[in-house]
Design a protein around this ligand. Structure first.
Ligand code: HEC
Length: 110
């Protein structure tokens, strides 16, 4: 009986991180965006212009057709001409994706 309880506890514990990784944390994503991406991208909701004129605002990115979580993931893992290759952990990537999704969700239609 005790043995079964332990096995169950381990199973539950090893599941928990998987769930939180998938969900992503909007607030943490926003903080990360402000500290890492805001140097070039305007990251606030509704912002019109980015500090780097070539970088689209996060609001714009969020509303781009085809900008799915997978597309963002791929973008962040590949090399680009203008945007540096920023190494984010899996959690950080999920959080940024969650933040972008939140911009899309509460943004006005455009
Ligand atoms: C040093 C400047 C710089 C930083 C820092 C930066 N970016 Fe960018 N980003 C750019 C530029 C410039 C582009 C325009 C496309 C290009 O690079 O060819 C871009 C494009 C993008 C695109 C793709 C938009 C498209 O047209 O498909 C995404 C998504 C993106 N950035 C996300 C991020 C995220 C998330 C961060 C922070 C973790 C970040 N960027 C940090 C400069 C930057």
């Amino acid at each position: 009986m005790l043995r079964r309880t332990i096995v169950l506890a381990i199973a539950v514990m090893s599941c928990a991180p998987a769930f939180s990784q998938e969900a992503g944390d909007v607030m943490q994503g926003q903080e990360l965006a402000q500290s890492v991406c805001a140097e070039c991208h305007a990251v606030a909701p509704g912002a019109i212009r980015s500090p780097n004129g070539h970088a689209p605002t996060f609001d714009t990115i969020a509303h781009m057709p085809g900008m799915t979580p997978i597309a963002i993931r791929v973008w962040l893992r590949s090399a680009h001409k203008e945007m540096p290759n920023i190494m984010l952990s899996r959690d950080e990537t999920d959080n940024v994706i969650a933040y972008l999704a939140s911009l899309k969700a509460d943004g006005a239609e455009r």
